[in-house]
Write a protein that binds this ligand. Sequence first.
Ligand code: AMP
Length: 326
Amino acid sequence: MSGIRPTGFLHLGNYFGAVRNYVRMQEEFECFFMVADLHSLTTHPDTKELKENVYRVLSENIACGLDPDKAALYCQSHVPETTELYLFLNMLAYKGELEKTVTFKEKVRQHPDNVNAGLLTYPVLQTADIILHRALYVPVGKDQEQHLEMARNFANRFNHRYGDVFPEPQAFNFGDELVKVPSLDGTGKMSKSENQNATLYLSDSDELIRSKVKKAKTDSGPTEPDSVKPDIIENVFSLLKLVSAAEVVEKYESDFNNCTIRYGDLKQQLGEDMVKFIAPIREKAAAIRNNPAYLKEVMEKGAEKARQSAQATMKLVKEAMGLNYY
Ligand code: AMP
């Protein structure tokens, strides 16, 4: 089970941190993937663009390879059981632990005039999303590690108080570690709504991709053989490893190690490989977005499947809590 907020265009971080794993998981597991529209309201209260964003994020997920016949693809607000479970879990979540959450503190810094209760209880809603399907694996990027730990705490707390209903959800990635895709300016991670010039979006034109990559931060190059790469150079190499062929990565690794590397060439190559990677997804997503009837059908089918699973869980929850009066 996993979700993506409809707060902007999908980017390379979403792809490699999350969606790539969704696509592989749908072959092996029973999967639920949702567009987290309720979560987006915590930071984006203006709903003028919400519908368009929901449809686009869905199109982009399908363009990346998600198959509505294999996984349930739905929109969070179409499964109202989510908010019912969220309310129950809120009684088990404490103000102190919520205030300590790193993402909450970050959001408070970014939007000091909109520190709402939904923002504070974001990890509780996210827990409800996950355990509503009694999910075991949650494909997410590294930025979500702490939220998953909180989800395990809340699930365990429920089990302890009312009886065993929920398994412990684990963050999941097919590689060894959770992924963080760095921004091109080396100051943080790629993101939907911040740092837009240093983020590669799956909707960027070929020209925009080339120009963003060209501006990626580098330095004057290594002066001693086999030196340790500074963070900004490590970042460029980690992007290269995501989209370029192994021989290309090896060539630039060895150029770096013997101090002959030319960052202009490296970025030119990276730009071309990024274009090759992103262009087909962009084109496919645009074609899917042009078919709203199909997207509506996908959402309806996904919501039906998700609600069946949610209702089965809520029956167990209410029995365990003693909320079954008739
Ligand atoms: P969000 O864009 O915050 O709704 O996140 C959707 C999914 O993408 C979550 O699983 C995140 O962990 C993942 N994600 C977002 N940004 C990155 C990034 N720069 N690197 C890796 N994963 C990311």
